[in-house]
Design a protein around this ligand. Structure first.
Ligand SMILES: [Zn+2]
Length: 78
């Protein structure tokens, strides 16, 4: 049973959904600063985000991204 399900997740299938051109485009923003090209909006709180956050933080600002993906790691905002 499990073997059949694992077939859906055969190695490489996820990576292939991103074309080389797409990856190259994302790599452009990888080394950008978090405040460079603030041309986008956080999909959660609508605050201005950078191209880096758009590509690498799932279209979210740092706060929303961390809260979504690392909810256990409370920041020192309290
Ligand atoms: Zn946000």
């Amino acid at each position: 049973m499990d073997d059949e399900n694992q077939g859906l997740w055969s190695k490489g299938s996820f990576v292939e959904t991103t074309s080389p051109a797409e990856t190259e485009k994302k790599m452009r923003t990888f080394h950008m600063k978090h405040d460079e090209e603030m041309d986008y909006n956080c999909k959660k709180c609508n605050v201005k985000i950078s191209a880096h956050n758009k590509d690498w933080h799932d279209n979210m600002c740092d706060g929303c991204f961390n809260g979504t993906y690392f909810p256990d790691e409370e920041s020192d905002t309290e």
